[in-house]
Design a protein around this ligand. Structure first.
Ligand SMILES: Nc1ncnc2c1ncn2[C@@H]1O[C@H](COP(=O)(O)OP(=O)(O)O)[C@@H](O)[C@H]1O
Ligand SMILES: [Mg+2]
Length: 365
């Protein structure tokens, strides 16, 4: 196997490609996160080069991206446009310019970004990139796979069942019986490959369940059904490769029944409390479990691990987000600020970790 023998870092400033936008429902959030990174990345160290992906998947050159961003800055739009594309290789200028980067920060949430596809592309391009590799990204995106990994590594979680294909369209009476006996109502119903609470519903009865299942099945062929947890929703930011560190905790206080899409992006109704007002012993347990979940999935760089802290003191891990929201006011950077690491230094640290992981993968090739 041949790999470039020269280290990629050039003298002078490092070229940091920021890939953002993309085909998921979190397109606009990604644009806000990327603008934060572009504005705040240390100008002494980085020359930031933007690579936008439109809502329908067209890759834009840095010049085109800057032109679209100017419209966002002017308040005319919040997205990079609707143009359809034929994939990254359809725009040779983009591939040629991407190859010039020293490192890449992919800030594309959801499918075709957070799920290992973009990471695979960057591996094939032999580019150091921020965040988890292909396997961790893919497992973090698929809640059915993620829960199986949790189970194998002793990460405490809610009781759940996975329904697939025909069972999501017409669950058998046996499945209904198991849901009612093993999980009970209310239960939570979610598409396995989701994010931003899209397709997530709380079902309080058998009738509700039918509706919730039909809703979730629109987004995926696999659906997760979970026992509902009560308690406080707390989150931990984890940073690192081999020796991942947990941040202080933050708490989400939704004003609706749960932290749904509207609360996340539309009405901003949920309160983010940093640091979470949790007793030190529980906080320590959650932090240790965050690191355990991170290692279980073999994450790299960063991930936000979300939990419920139940009234009796039990902790349940809900999910690992391998590319958490990264606007300057998002939970992940806020938790590190609380620990004394600024947004700017966090970006630098993530790029250091990207180089570290790249060298390590290379040393095993
Ligand atoms: N088992 C559960 N019990 C209670 N609330 C839940 C449960 N699962 C999810 N929720 C609520 O739904 C939200 C979205 O669920 P989550 O699994 O995090 O999906 P997503 O990947 O879309 O963020 C959570 O932030 C939480 O408020
Ligand atoms: Mg979530």
């Amino acid at each position: 196997m041949t790999r470039p023998s020269q280290p990629r870092q050039r003298p002078g400033r490092q070229r940091l490609g920021v890939i953002f936008g993309g085909r998921s429902v979190e397109h606009e959030v990604s644009v806000v996160s990327a603008r934060g990174v572009m504005r705040e990345a240390d100008p002494e160290r980085f020359e930031v080069v933007p690579f936008g992906i439109t809502r329908h998947g067209a890759w834009l050159t840095p010049d085109e991206t800057r032109a679209r961003l100017a419209r966002v800055e002017a308040g005319e739009t919040r997205s990079l446009g609707e143009d359809a594309g034929a994939g990254v290789f359809a725009t040779p200028d983009v591939t040629a310019l991407l190859r010039e980067m020293d490192a890449v920060f992919p800030i594309v949430h959801g499918t075709f970004g957070e799920d290992g596809t973009l990471q695979g592309l960057l591996e094939m391009a032999e580019l150091p990139y921020v965040g988890s590799g292909v396997a961790a990204s893919a497992a973090g995106m698929d809640k059915a796979l993620m829960r199986a990994v949790f189970a194998a590594h002793g990460v405490p979680q809610t009781a759940y069942l996975v329904l697939a294909d025909e069972e999501t369209r017409a669950p058998s009476s046996d499945t209904i019986r198991r849901i009612e006996q093993e999980l009970g109502y209310p239960c939570f119903v979610k598409p396995a490959n989701g994010g931003s609470s899209i397709g997530v519903a709380r079902a309080g009865s058998r009738e509700d369940f039918g509706e919730a299942l039909a809703g979730a099945a629109r987004y995926d062929r696999k659906v997760l059904v979970e026992a509902a947890v009560t308690g406080r929703e707390v989150e931990c930011a984890v940073l690192g490769n081999h020796a991942p560190e947990p941040s202080p905790l933050g708490e989400i206080r939704p004003t609706t029944t749960f932290y749904d899409y509207d609360a996340k992006y539309l009405d901003d109704s949920a309160e983010l409390i940093v640091p979470a007002q949790v007793d030190p012993e529980s906080a320590e347990r959650v932090r240790a479990l965050a690191v355990r979940a991170y290692r279980a999935l073999d994450c790299a760089g960063l991930a936000r691990v979300d939990f419920f802290l139940e009234p009796g003191g039990d902790v349940k891990c809900i999910e690992v987000n391998t590319l958490p929201g990264f606007t300057p006011i998002s939970m992940y950077p806020r938790l590190w600020q609380e620990a004394g690491l600024s947004y700017r230094d966090l970006i630098s640290r993530l790029v250091d970790l990207a180089f570290e992981r790249f060298e390590e993968v290379r040393s095993h090739a």
